[in-house]
Structures are given as C-alpha cells and as structure tokens.
Design a binder for this molecule. Structure first.
Ligand code: SAM
Length: 289
C-alpha cells in the first residue's frame, strides 16, 4: 500500500470515518520520497531503535519499520488507532503508544522499550507544539539523533547565527545542547491538507557535553532570555531585569566591557561563547569575587 498516494489516503481514511484535525496539526505527507529520505537520514538502520512522534496514518512509520529493529510511535489521536492497525499490519517491529508526547517521560519510555540500547527520534511534527517537543526530546537525553520535519522558518531560527534576524533564545538553547543542520526543504504542496507554510527537515545531534561551559547554567540562560526579551535594546539595558536587583546600570556596563564587549552592543549579536563569558563574569560579581 502506498501510504502517500492521495487516493489511498482518502479511501483508507474514509473507510474509518476519519477527518483531519487542524488543531492537532494533522498534515499528512503525499510525496513518498520525503518519508523515505527522512528515514534514510534518521540513523534508524544504524542505531536500530526509533521513537516516532505523530505517526498519522503511518507513511514515515512504515519507512522506519523497514530499516529499524524496533519502532515505538506516539500518537495522540485515538481515531488513528484503527487506521494504523490496518496500514502497518505487515510490520511486527512496531508498537503504538496512544497519548500526548508532552505528558510522557521519554527517557523512561526508551529504557522500558529498548533497555540500555541506543535510540533515535524521528517525526513529521505537529507544528503547534514544535518548541516543547524539541525541548522534551533534547532534555530526555535519550536520543543519539533527532530528525524532525518542522516549519521552515522554525528550522532556520534554530540554526541561525548571531546577528541575524532569525537568531533567538531558542537558537541558543538548541545549539547549546546539539549540533544542528537543515537536511532539506519540503514545499507545502507535499501534504494533505496543504499547510499555509513551507517545511524543512532538521537534524539535531545531541552533544556529549554542552557547546560552551558556563559555571552557572541557570544564570547563562537567564541572561540569554533577558537579552532576547528586549532584543532591540542594548545588552546593558536588556540585562536590567536579570541583574538589576544586584547591580546598577554602570556596573552592568562595566561587566559587559570586562568580557571584551562594547556596552552599546545588542544581545542578539552575542555568540554562545560571549554569553558564557558574560555569565561567568556576572556569577563572579554576584558572588563578590
Ligand atoms: N507522520 C504523519 C505524516 O508524516 O504524514 C503525520 C504527521 S502530522 C504533521 C502530526 C501527527 O502528530 C498527527 O498524526 C497528529 O495526530 C499527531 N499529534 C498531534 N499532537 C500530538 C501530541 N501531543 N502527541 C502525539 N501526537 C500528536
């Protein structure tokens, strides 16, 4: 069965009385080369164990099942359970977990399903929860590789460099934990129903140790958040809410200069290494060193 063929999709879904839910981000792939390329590049064949988020009617799941030893797919919509029973009947290395990916303990799920064996994550994500799902996948520390289709703009934001309009606090969060790469773009007409936005396949390779090593990680991310909450302001002004209780504006300006930055610089120009040096200097000042 070609699970990307529009007639097949309509026939199978119609037989089960299924209707697409926009609020669940249900846009299914109709170009069979896309799930094949995602599965090929996901590491499923090399690593063996896969967690998929949102199998839909199973086009990507089937490609993963062809390559991996075991595929565990998490689907929220109960209406898709009988559909998946039919479309994935040929595979005995597939387990469906019905539930909300955001309420699951992903590292516990991997331990339960794969023991201490390696695993990767793979998905055509429901776009309304892209940020929390990527955060949960990274925080679980359960995956060697995370290959996900996301809105193209979000992929560009995650991979953005300092000083560009797309660079954000989330770019820094992801780049702190993982190497990031856009594998390929996917136009909106590769889906049914057709979404309003283009998509891209993004690959995150979690790092063994963070990209930079601030002494106080919480303070590092507090400074990053403060800098981007008011990204049009200078860094010195933007840091007020994070450091203002302990330091005056002059002192913050001195702190910024002490790590070799111009006090008129905007936070959006700082690299991860700049933020780490700034956080270390701030931690030393706050400790009275
Ligand atoms: N993998 C299929 C494909 O590529 O054609 C479907 C992808 S569709 C973009 C997203 C899928 O995620 C849908 O099947 C949707 O029901 C499911 N989903 C939405 N919210 C979810 C959640 N919180 N937890 C798990 N699955 C969810």
């Amino acid at each position: 069965m070609n699970l990307c063929d529009i007639e097949t999709i309509r026939t199978v879904l119609g037989r089960h009385g299924f209707h697409f839910s926009r609020s669940l981000g249900q846009n299914f792939l109709t170009d069979e080369s896309v799930p094949r390329r995602i599965a090929e590049q996901s590491g499923a064949a090399e690593v063996g164990n896969v967690v998929e988020v949102g199998p839909g009617m199973g086009c990507l799941t089937a490609e993963l099942c062809r390559r991996a030893d075991r595929v565990v797919a998490i689907e929220l919509d109960r209406a898709l359970l009988p559909v998946l029973d039919e479309t994935l009947a040929a595979f005995d290395n597939f387990l469906l977990v019905q539930g909300d990916v955001l309420s699951l303990d992903l590292s516990a799920l991997c331990r339960e399903q794969f023991g201490s064996a390696r695993s990767v994550a793979c998905a055509n994500l429901p776009y309304y929860i892209t940020t929390p799902v990527l955060t949960a996948l990274l925080d679980s520390r359960a995956f060697e590789r995370i290959t996900v289709m996301v809105q193209k703009e979000v992929a560009q934001r995650i991979c953005a460099a300092p000083g560009t309009a797309a660079y954000s606090a989330f770019s820094i969060y992801v780049q702190y934990h993982a190497a990031v790469e856009i594998l390929f773009d996917v136009p909106a007409d590769c889906f049914i129903p057709r979404p309003k936005v283009d998509s891209a396949v993004l690959q995150l390779t979690p790092l063994a140790a963070p990209a930079v090593h601030p002494k106080d990680e919480k303070l590092f991310f507090a400074l990053v958040r403060a800098a981007f909450n008011m990204r049009r302001k200078t860094l010195v002004n933007a840091l007020g809410p994070a450091l203002g209780a302990a330091m005056g504006k002059e002192e913050i300006a001195g702190l910024v200069q002490s790590v070799g930055l111009d006090p008129r610089v905007r936070g959006e120009r700082l690299s991860l290494a700049d933020f780490a040096r700034l956080a270390d200097a701030a931690a030393a000042r706050l400790a009275g060193v």
